[in-house]
Ligand binder design. Structure first.
Ligand code: GAL
Length: 422
């Protein structure tokens, strides 16, 4: 038999053995899974994972903590961990994975990773987030693109506005929507949503290099520089395009306003697409997806992942490994991401069942990666620690809610807040 065919056969055989042993575990265990996926599309996605784990003979104990962006979930997780009773797996992202691993909480997943060749299946930009000191401690479920602008085409047509490609066009479209009695931008006044909008605006003004300098390297001069002041000035303009009732509104309720045509646009990551699909609408047709103004070709990434905690029970550890293994199967990656609005973390995924927005996202992820235009989303925890993220949230939310706030003083405050949170 030629060597390559032999290798393929061996791989298939080992996959079958692994699959069989996982499907009929000698000892069924339980995994308690903490996550914050409670909105329509999100909850459907979490259910897919629970069902696939159960199909392998283990049980799933759902530990959902409501609250978009996950701030509340992380607070609850800390309480449980301090009490010595962490869940088996928790939705933890980006640099926080490193923090939990450094504290000694996370278990090593290298045996599953080696058996299933995660290093080959996943791009480096993802594996480096999942590993601590070279060892896998977390598994990615997806890649979300954050710099999306969602548009209700009927609302736009009614207002006689065009799809904006830069800030000036965005303001023009928003003014037309407003004149037609439509709320220009669906928004929920919560710190993480404010930050999501600001991040998109800042990416256009700063460009890739200065975005990295400010939000990845925390360079003070860039954080308080003239471009940041301009980004804040534009952010302040957004206040006039949102409705009076936005304070505290959940992101999915804002998406609902967009779907009903009460609002014309929304700046939100593509978990919003999960809501569009769950409502029976077609993304790319009933609701348009375009890059946020001035960021076409760039991709702000947000990777959802589960980190796995150290457990005592052997059975539960077996269930934990089964969960880790399930997450990277092509079947799970496809069904989960069809519901969630994101794209699979496996770049070899067949995208034929996905809508045009997801196909566009996958193509842009690959081209942005090749062209150096792939940047981590700081507002979703991929660029920096939760301390720095929280410090920026505080400054930006205060700024957004105070119509007298000064952009120059606020940029200065951003630099100082980041420095003190490091
Ligand atoms: C993000 C998370 C997404 C989605 C969103 C809203 O941080 O990565 O999966 O859940 O929050 O809750």
């Amino acid at each position: 038999m030629p060597k390559t065919r032999l290798n393929t056969a061996l791989r298939l055989a080992s996959a079958c053995v692994l699959g069989l042993s996982l499907a009929n575990p000698a000892h069924a265990g339980e995994v308690e899974v903490l996550h914050w996926w409670t909105a329509g599309g999100e909850a459907k996605s979490a259910a897919v994972l629970a069902d696939m784990l159960k199909a392998r003979g283990h049980s799933w104990k759902d530990f959902a903590v409501a609250g978009g962006g996950g701030e509340s979930a992380m607070t609850v997780l800390k309480t449980r961990a301090v009490a010595g009773t962490p869940p088996a797996a928790a939705q933890i992202k980006g640099l926080d994975i490193q923090e939990w691993a450094k504290l000694g909480f996370l278990t090593n997943l290298d045996s599953v990773a080696a058996a299933e060749q995660w290093d080959t299946l996943l791009p480096g930009v993802i594996t480096q987030v999942m590993k601590y000191q070279g060892h896998y401690v977390a598994v990615p479920v997806n890649v979300h693109r954050v710099n999306w602008l969602w548009i209700n085409p009927k609302a736009l047509a009614k207002a006689g506005a065009s799809v904006p490609t830069n800030w000036t066009e965005f303001v023009a479209a928003a003014e037309k929507l407003q004149a037609a009695g439509i709320i220009p931008l669906a928004h929920g006044g919560q710190p993480w949503q404010d930050a999501t909008v600001f991040e998109a605006i800042a990416l256009e003004v700063l460009g890739i290099d200065d975005y990295r300098k400010a939000f990845v390297m925390h360079d003070s001069a860039t954080l308080k520089g003239p471009k940041m002041v301009e980004a804040l000035t534009r952010f302040a303009q957004v206040r006039q395009f949102i409705d009076k009732n936005s304070a505290g509104r959940d992101w999915n309720l804002a998406t609902g306003m967009l779907l009903r045509g009460e609002a014309g646009m929304q700046i939100m990551g593509d978990w919003a697409k999960g809501e569009i699909t769950a409502a029976g609408m077609v993304p790319g047709k009933d609701i348009l997806c375009v890059a946020t103004p001035g960021t076409a070709g760039s991709f702000t990434f947000n990777i959802d992942s589960f980190a796995f905690f150290k457990l005592n029970s052997d059975d539960d550890q077996t269930a934990q490994r089964a969960l880790a293994s399930t997450i990277l199967t092509p079947e799970f990656q496809e069904v989960f991401n069809l519901n969630k609005g994101s794209i699979p973390a496996r770049l070899d995924s067949d995208m034929s069942k996905f809508d045009s927005c997801a196909q566009d996202s996958m193509a842009t992820f690959k081209s942005a990666n090749a062209e150096g235009k792939l940047v981590p989303s700081w507002s979703h925890g991929l660029a920096t620690t939760s301390q720095v993220q929280g410090a920026l949230y505080d400054v930006l939310t205060k700024f957004f809610n105070d119509k007298n706030a000064d952009p120059v003083a606020t940029a200065d405050l951003m630099a100082r807040a980041v420095r003190s949170a490091q």
